[in-house]
Ligand binder design. Structure first.
Ligand SMILES: Nc1ncnc2c1ncn2[C@@H]1O[C@H](COP(=O)(O)OP(=O)(O)OP(=O)(O)O)[C@@H](O)[C@H]1O
Ligand SMILES: [Mg+2]
Length: 357
């Protein structure tokens, strides 16, 4: 592996912001111990299999860095991202003076265990860190999003179910503040499974969630709905309420199975219920570039969805299951980890996409 020396050409190759980052680190003391989260190493200190992501604001978690290593040298030299396309720089967003109206994002894939809930929590927390007001909606009767934020769903009297079914109930009665400043939660529990059946006989049953969220739109910049792993009525409600959809895809062999059905559903909802709906992006999760398999799956996903694939790719790391146990986002649980940096970059990419319109 060739690693750029610290000479001017090497620095130019990574862009002005990276130079700034690099210079800032150059003056700071650093440690070569791979198991600390201190400063990034000098470029000349990098061993084979290590990399330095010039855009990452934090020292990579050593385990996580290893998952990206085989691609990293090429990525840095050629400025291509893990998706094989030129990697744009997503600027750090400035503060905003006024909040709302909210962009509503549905985190959706009928396949289970692909990273919907993990992405909802951590994208939300990263957007909140950048000063955006965020509301997370737990729209899965399993209540995993609520659990992931330290809430015990069984103890809740009022949940998103009540908000959907009881007319006259104010959203404020159901809302919970999370430990992340600027991020609130509409929690849910098993009660929500009854809504799927009860909604069937309602008038305009597909737009029940949309109506429930309407009064909240002015208070938030982003509302992210964590969908359950199905394409039933609850998910159709989420898609009807949303402006955009993010589809997390695990970089595994069967990842693309069922995606056609999902895109068909999105298309139908757009035609019949919600003309504003857009497939914002496919988010590759649990990526491990050490395996040829993961790289091949990602290449196929890019082949199939092209510009719809987010440049940001979320690597596989045990840090994510740990955060569920801790009941907090990775951005606070392991703030300096690359898992946290990945979701911060995703937040910047989402902001850039929203502002590009
Ligand atoms: N990037 C990652 N690396 C490693 N593990 C991950 C990653 N993302 C999520 N996980 C873990 O994978 C499991 C499934 O993730 P998650 O609950 O976010 O998926 P989901 O799509 O919401 O699942 P469900 O369909 O059941 O709602 C969890 O244990 C989570 O901690
Ligand atoms: Mg989930």
């Amino acid at each position: 592996m060739t690693v750029h020396g610290p000479g001017p050409s090497g620095l130019e190759a990574v862009g002005s912001v990276a130079v700034h980052t690099f210079e800032a680190r150059r003056t700071a003391t650093h440690t070569e111990t791979p198991h600390t989260h201190a400063m990034a190493p000098y470029e000349e200190d990098l061993q084979d299999g290590q990399f330095y992501d010039p855009d990452a604001e934090y020292e990579p978690d050593p385990e996580y860095a290893a998952t990206l290593a085989p691609d990293a040298a090429r990525q840095r030299r050629e400025r291509v991202g893990p998706t094989g396309r030129p990697l744009p720089y997503f600027p750090i967003p400035g503060p905003i003076a006024e909040h709302g109206p909210a962009q509503i994002i549905a985190m959706c894939n009928q396949k289970g265990g692909v990273g919907k809930t993990t992405s909802t929590i951590n994208l939300g927390a990263a957007l909140a860190e950048y000063g955006r007001r965020v509301l997370l909606v737990d729209f899965d009767p399993q209540g995993a999003l609520s659990v992931g934020l330290g809430v015990n769903p069984m103890e809740l009297d009022l949940t998103v179910y009540n908000l959907l079914m009881e007319r006259g109930l104010a959203a404020d009665d159901v809302l919970l503040k999370t430990a992340v400043p600027g991020m609130d939660l509409l929690p849910s529990n098993i009660d929500l499974s009854a809504a799927e059946v009860q909604l069937v006989s309602e008038v305009a049953r597909e737009s029940t969630l949309q109506r429930a969220l309407k009064p909240l739109m002015g208070d938030y910049d982003y509302i992210i709905i964590d969908c359950q792993p199905s394409l039933g009525l609850l998910t159709v409600n989420a898609l009807t309420a949303a402006h955009r959809v993010i589809v997390p895809l695990e970089c595994e062999f069967f990842a693309l199975r069922g995606v056609a059905l999902l895109t068909e559903t999105i298309e139908k909802v757009r035609e019949r219920l919600n003309p504003d709906l857009e497939l914002d992006g496919i988010l590759a999760t649990m990526y491990d570039s050490r395996t040829v398999h993961s790289r091949e799956v990602l290449a196929r996903v890019v082949e199939a969805f092209d510009d719809h694939v987010f440049h940001t790719v979320i690597g596989r790391t045990v840090r994510f299951p740990e955060t569920t146990v801790a009941g907090e986002p990775i951005t606070t649980y392991a703030s300096n980890s690359v898992g946290a940096a990945a979701y911060r970059q995703l937040a910047r990419e989402v902001l850039a996409r929203c502002h590009a319109e």
